[in-house]
Design a protein around this ligand. Structure first.
Ligand code: OOG
Ligand code: MG
Length: 252
């Protein structure tokens, strides 16, 4: 039998020490992969980190194509992963970080199980432009579906811009990812499942099924609208979202 706790420890250590680790050789299923994720996150909570929401992954065709995985995944976000808008990340704290343009949702009410897009909209306190810094702990940023799920879906850091009222129509907003002032990825919020609210609907279902229903105050990252870009020290990164403004950080 595969020792899931051992895998959780290995992945947690790889994250903590920013050291690449081989892909999992053990043939685990998706349920076990989420158990490994949960156990590795429990180690982070035990070190004092607090869960503040979840992130969705592979919610756009661009992301699925880039990584060769076409199933939606989710991961847990903690307060330690949140980088202030306009702040900096320390490149040395990551294995091989990449960045992707996203939207963040802020909940004002609990949301769990099978909910309609209308119910998801009604639970929203705000929506914001966001950047996710993903960092696979696996060598060469290569993984299978179960590998990436066990690795907390590559969560490593995220930046959230100013919150706007969710009353705005965010179904098809232009999004630009700039590095050092040059546009590197251009897309639309419509790339996220046709309408980003569907990502929140899926988040409610998946987190609820895992026994961790979304709560008021939780942040949910909708998933990259475009492919991710590799980061290097010294860069300045910004996402601009039509009608919502921008979010940015520097790589130190
Ligand atoms: C997995 C995480 C995917 C997204 O927004 O689609 C993700 C990865 O690509 O490393 O965060
Ligand atoms: Mg992402």
């Amino acid at each position: 039998m595969t020792d899931l706790a051992k895998l959780a420890t290995r992945l947690d250590e790889a994250q903590r020490t920013a050291t690449a680790t081989p892909q999992l050789a053990e043939p685990i299923g998706l349920v076990e992969a989420y158990e490994v994720q949960k156990a590795s996150m429990a180690r982070r909570y035990a070190r004092g980190e607090r869960r503040i929401g979840i992130k969705m992954g592979f919610t756009s065709r661009a992301k699925m194509t880039q990584m060769g995985i076409d199933e939606m995944i989710w991961g847990r976000l903690t307060d330690a992963m949140l980088v202030e808008d306009g702040g900096a990340i320390d490149f040395a704290g990551f294995v091989h970080p990449r960045v992707e343009p996203e939207l963040a949702f802020l909940l004002k009410a609990p949301l769990a199980g099978k909910v309609t897009p209308m119910a998801a909209l009604a639970a929203l306190a705000g929506i914001a432009p966001a950047l996710e810094i993903i960092d696979s702990r696996y060598e060469n940023f290569k993984f299978s579906l179960t590998d990436v799920v066990a690795d907390n879906s590559s969560s490593s850091a995220f930046v959230v811009g100013p919150w706007s009222s969710p009353a705005i129509d965010f179904s098809n907003l232009g999004m630009i990812l700039e590095i050092d002032g040059a546009a590197r990825q251009i897309g639309s919020s419509a790339a996220i499942l046709g309408h980003p609210i569907r990502s929140l609907v899926a988040a409610a279902r998946l987190a609820g099924a895992a026994g961790e229903p979304l709560q008021a105050g939780d942040v949910v990252m909708a998933g990259g609208a475009t492919a991710a870009e590799a980061l290097a020290p010294g860069q300045h990164v910004r996402v601009s979202v039509q009608s919502l403004g921008s979010a940015e950080f520097r790589v130190g």
